[in-house]
Design a binder for this molecule. Structure first.
Ligand code: G1P
Length: 310
């Protein structure tokens, strides 16, 4: 079975939900504690065995490229000042992965963004990680990307991560309908047991009344190169965009698709609330900030419950 060595990270969205901040800074460069969102996404890919990252970027892509590149002046200054800890951290980021960046010249949708990576990916299976979603794994868990990579090693089928959502959120996501009511199981590379279903239909942002499924597609996929052939002829649909979900729906009848409920916490960091939550939760997990922030959050929560916050 082919190993997953490459990943596409689409990061070309306009970030309109974060204006005015995203007027000059790509949303993937907004900070979670002390690193940009894109850092956490690349880190998840690398920890799942991915070596080459194909970044599909739009406006402001230089900021993302520069983040993963050397900054001679800065590193020289840090060296002279003896700031070895942060220097080492910067070196690690720079050596994390081989980042190849491609410009998506027109914002034609997620399906088109993935298709832009075709030349670099070639005929290999690959992962897709949406550049504005971050996942946190608690101590024993593996990341969703690792789950999908492990799943692919055993089934050889394309797969996607899902999470169960309430009715009111159905129209915000791609929705996966599944054919088996009881899940199948896989034992992952760290011996963790996780479940999966077989997809029967995929719908992009349907109304809650249009489907019985509540499995929302998260921003993590492992795909075979067959998807490029389908995307090549894919017509725009929802929002006049070429939708990845439509192409995946066609892939079901050709090769089958597995659907993995996510075990990890997930934040849509491209959304204001998701972004704020991610910052608080990441900071609470950071040993340097944990104590002080925890005390602050407790005090704040007390004043909110007492109604004294104004
Ligand atoms: C995209 C996909 C959608 C998926 C979602 C996950 O939508 O088109 O199928 O459920 O990401 O975040 P977007 O959020 O870019 O509108």
């Amino acid at each position: 079975m082919k190993k997953i060595r490459k990943a596409i990270i689409p990061a070309a969205g306009l970030g309109t939900r974060f204006l005015p901040a995203t007027k000059t800074v790509p949303k993937e460069m907004l900070t979670i504690v002390d690193a940009p969102i894109i850092f956490y996404v690349v880190e998840e890919a690398v920890k799942s065995g991915i070596e080459d990252i194909v970044l599909i970027a739009g406006r402001g892509k230089h900021a993302i490229e520069d983040f993963f590149d050397t900054s001679y002046e800065l590193e020289d200054r840090l060296l002279k000042d003896g700031k070895t800890e942060i220097l080492e951290r910067l070196e690690n980021i720079r050596n994390m992965a081989n980042i190849i960046s491609i410009r998506q010249k027109q914002a034609l949708g997620l399906g088109h963004a993935v298709w832009c990576g075709k030349k670099i990916i070639g005929n290999e299976p690959f992962a897709v990680l949406l550049g504005d979603e971050i996942t946190v794994k608690t101590q024993q868990q593996i990341s969703l990307t690792q789950q999908l990579v492990d799943g692919f090693a055993q089934t050889g089928r394309s797969s996607l991560g899902v999470l169960n959502v309430e009715d009111s959120l159905v129209s915000k996501y791609g929705i996966a309908e599944v054919s088996n009511s009881t899940p199948k199981f896989i034992i992952g590379s760290n011996q963790e047991r996780f479940s999966y279903y077989n997809a029967s239909k995929l719908l992009e942002k349907p109304k809650a009344s249009e489907t019985n499924s509540r499995w929302a597609i998260t921003g993590r996929y492992v795909l075979t190169a067959k998807i490029f052939e389908i995307l090549e002829n894919q017509k725009p649909t929802k929002n006049n965009e070429i939708q990845l979900t439509d192409a995946l729906d066609q892939l079901i009848s050709l090769e089958g698709i597995d659907v993995y409920p996510s075990n990890s916490l997930r934040y849509d960091a491209g959304d204001k609330i998701g972004y704020l939550q991610a910052n608080i939760e990441f900071a609470l997990r950071n040993p340097e900030l944990n104590e002080e922030l925890k005390n602050y959050v407790i005090k704040l929560a007390q004043s909110l419950t007492k109604g004294t916050f104004s």
